[in-house]
Design a protein around this ligand. Structure first.
Ligand code: ADP
Ligand code: MG
Length: 415
């Protein structure tokens, strides 16, 4: 009994062992099959049915290595693209096929904030992206009322692969500066035409009257009037030429010029009109050593324009003080009058071309409205600036500041 029992037990145990081995072998087979199928999927090859566990693991290792390299290369490519897009001035946003934003470059971040103008831009870009997703390219302008006021141009396009639309891209461009320059140019042409129209019209009328006039005294008066109008046209043209020369000058002359000579020359030029109105010019004694680097003719014309205004906008018998000083970094020439002054609301605008506080009076004083525009241009051409301090009814001080020669190594580009 015992022997038979032992034999039966032995056979049972053996059976179990065989069964366990069989199960293990099948599990292993299926494992190998699964491993090689993963490997095949990774390296894009054919799934091989057979092979040992070793083969399958080797294949898997090779595939992992290749796919690691590929994903590194892919990440590098995406990174390069993103960096390149960040350099652009335009904002770029890309959405997927569901309209979800998947990418925006650094400039585009500016359009997604919470401020009012940005909210409008955000809304407009979202709309452009959905229209593009529907297959319709978009090109439209968006005006943000600021401040600062901005004009944007949006262009959106659908992104198609071979089979379907996989997303859309929108490009946002800030065209404010271009718009502003366009408006400045338009205004300028309109202003020039308007300014010339008045004296030229007067000339035509005077000439017509002169033709039928026989009284000697009247003809003389008419011809004097004609000379005045012709001189006015001449002054406008002269100032316009000065301005365009200032703008065209790409590398202005840079020579050391002595400040007191510039001031003396400008004072001599303005003296006749000052004397005519009994206006005294007081020039504070200027150190002969004060120098600036620049174009003598331009600098004289800037100081002359300041002096001419001081004389023109002062009462008869008033006085004007001219001073020069330096703090080592810059040199300042100031022209101080006790005339009518400039209302605070006009202070910012008097440097614009043709801007006059009182247009009708501008005609009487014979001004072209270009003098201060010329002064500002000369100042920026020399890397300096023009400041004004003025009180209506009390007087004005205009100060032309220029870099002192020591600090004048690198000049900003003229513009
Ligand atoms: N010293 C000043 N005092 C008062 N107003 C001034 C003075 N300088 C300039 N302005 C104002 O600024 C305007 C622009 O000056 P400017 O460009 O020289 O033109 P304008 O030919 O009229 O003198 C003038 O029309 C005047 O209204
Ligand atoms: Mg003037």
């Amino acid at each position: 009994v015992t022997t038979t029992a032992w034999a039966a037990a032995g056979a049972g145990a053996f059976g179990m062992l065989v069964l366990a081995l069989l199960v293990r072998w099948r599990t292993r087979r299926s494992l190998v099959r699964r491993l090689s199928s993963v490997g095949a999927r990774l390296d894009g090859g054919q799934a091989g049915g057979g092979g040992s566990l070793d083969d399958a693991i080797t294949r898997l290792e090779r595939a992992a290595e290749v796919s690691g390299e590929q994903s590194y290369e892919l990440r590098a490519r995406v990174g390069r693209l993103a960096l390149a897009l960040d350099v652009l001035q335009q904002g770029v946003m890309i959405c997927d096929e569901d309209g979800e934003i998947r990418y925006r470059n650094a400039p585009a971040e500016a359009f997604t904030g919470g401020r009012h103008g940005e909210a409008i831009a955000h809304q407009a870009t979202s709309e452009a992206l959905s229209t593009a997703l529907a297959g319709q390219p978009v090109s439209r302008g968006v005006d943000l009322f600021g401040p600062p006021r901005r004009n944007l141009r949006l262009s959106a396009f659908p992104l198609h692969d071979e089979h379907r639309t996989i997303g859309a891209v929108v490009v946002v461009e800030d065209i404010s500066e271009g718009r502003r320059l366009e408006a400045v140019r338009r205004d300028f042409v309109a202003n020039v035409s308007h300014e010339l129209k008045t004296p030229v019209g007067a000339l035509a009328l005077l000439a017509e009257t002169l033709a039928d006039e026989e009284d000697q005294a009247v003809t003389q008066r008419l011809s004097r009037r004609m000379q005045i109008e012709a001189a006015r046209v001449g002054r406008i043209i002269e100032d316009l030429l000065d301005l365009s020369r200032l703008e065209a000058e790409e590398s202005p002359v840079r020579e050391p010029v002595t400040l007191h000579l510039i001031v003396a020359e400008a004072v001599e030029e303005v003296r006749p009109s000052a004397e005519q109105r009994s206006i005294e010019l007081h020039v504070a004694s200027i150190s002969g050593r004060l120098q600036v680097l620049g174009d003598r003719r331009q600098l004289v014309s800037a100081v002359f324009n300041l002096l001419e205004n001081a004389v023109k906008y002062s009462e008869r018998g008033a006085s004007i003080e001219i001073e020069c000083e330096t703090n080592g970094r810059e040199v300042a020439v100031s022209v101080c009058d006790h005339g009518i002054g400039v209302p605070t609301t006009d202070l910012e605008r008097i440097f614009e071309r043709f801007y006059r506080v009182d247009r009708s009076r501008g005609r009487d004083t014979g001004g072209t409205g270009l003098g201060l525009a010329i002064v500002r241009h000369v100042a920026t051409n020399h890397g300096g600036r023009i400041d004004v301090d003025s009180r209506e009814g009390e007087g004005s001080t205009f100060t032309l500041r220029l870099p002192a020669p020591g600090g004048l190594v690198a000049l900003p580009p003229t513009g």
